[in-house]
Design a protein around this ligand. Structure first.
Ligand SMILES: NC(=O)c1ccc[n+]([C@@H]2O[C@H](COP(=O)([O-])OP(=O)(O)OC[C@H]3O[C@@H](n4cnc5c(N)ncnc54)[C@H](OP(=O)(O)O)[C@@H]3O)[C@@H](O)[C@H]2O)c1
Length: 274
């Protein structure tokens, strides 16, 4: 049996699965035959996502509504997943948020700091802690944290978001050492800009041209699938994914005329980072 065949019937919880990267991950795992629980706060969005995922997938999909920063509701959501689908094999933490606008630290508010820390850092901590307590019962599992290039590179005006992602990196790296050599693996994916609804919430959303230069949610989802297909003796710590933008700000065309660079502005230089 191949590793991807072994995934058929396994159970995954994908936080932030109602849209964006989490939705694409849920879709990818369902197509591979896994049973998937998606988690988010907005019940209507979850119901809509389940309806769309049911059309796409071979596996079973359920939704569980919770705020990842709420200790009781996240514990309940993880238990519900196990009760309804079976022992948890995979956790993908994709729930998260970003700054409404890039701002110098002195111009930021405590409210925005708490919003980011709650969703990105406390949320990852609570979700992982609860999922691991279930995985420890079976002695096996895979935790994949969706971080960001901001988890290792902080830039001017992006400090609040980066602080939360650096925090998730610290948690992830500690967990790798805590579980090294066991049946529980922990990895992370650190994407650059991905074209999702997270950008719609910006005070000044990127233009269509800028969005066209971003990664697609499926690029991250494919990477999750690739990680899960690694044999048990292989550990991948972190994968950085970025749009392929040349140093001069041009992007190579995909297709027959791919050797002709298209002049564009480099989204990173323009300060598009989350
Ligand atoms: N898009 C990018 O450019 C990019 C790049 C690097 C890293 N990332 C990271 O990737 C992750 C997913 O981002 P995305 O672009 O897919 O965002 P998105 O399209 O805005 O989706 C965010 C998801 O997280 C859920 N969520 C947010 N806050 C939550 C909370 N407190 N409790 C439970 N669920 C919550 C949302 O559902 P509800 O709102 O209904 O709760 C939604 O399902 C985030 O951690 C983000 O930092 C994104």
């Amino acid at each position: 049996m191949t590793h991807s065949e072994a995934r058929v019937g396994q159970v995954a919880l994908v936080t932030g699965g109602s849209r964006g990267i989490g939705f694409a991950v849920a879709q990818r795992l369902l197509v591979s035959g896994m049973s998937v629980a998606i988690l988010g706060r907005d019940r209507a969005a979850l119901a809509d996502a389940v309806a769309r995922l049911e059309q796409a997938g071979a596996g079973r999909v359920i939704a569980t509504a919770a705020d990842v920063a709420d200790e009781e509701s996240i514990a309940q959501a993880v238990s519900t997943t196990v009760d309804r689908l079976g022992p948890l094999d995979v956790l993908v933490t994709s729930a998260g948020t970003s700054m409404r606008a890039r701002r110098a630290l002195v111009e930021t508010s405590t409210d925005e700091w708490m919003r980011l820390v709650d969703a990105n850092l406390t949320g990852a901590y609570l979700t992982i802690r609860n999922a691991l307590s279930h995985m420890e019962r079976t002695g096996s599992g895979y935790v994949i944290t969706i971080m960001s290039t901001a988890s290792f590179h902080s830039s001017a005006n992006g400090g609040l978001y980066a602080a939360t992602k650096y925090g998730v990196r610290a948690l992830t790296e500690s967990l790798i050492e805590e579980y090294r050599g066991t049946g529980i693996r922990v990895s992370s994916i650190s994407p650059g800009p991905v074209d999702t609804s997270i950008w719609d919430r910006k005070l000044e959303p990127p233009t269509a041209t800028e969005r066209a230069l971003m990664l697609h949610p499926a690029d991250v989802a494919d990477t999750v699938g690739w990680l899960l297909d690694r044999p048990p003796h292989v550990h991948v710590q972190d994968i950085t994914l970025t749009p392929w933008v040349a140093a001069d700000g041009s992007q190579a065309r995909v297709g027959p005329d791919r050797h002709q660079p298209v002049p564009t502005r480099n989204p990173r230089r323009k300060g598009q980072g989350l």
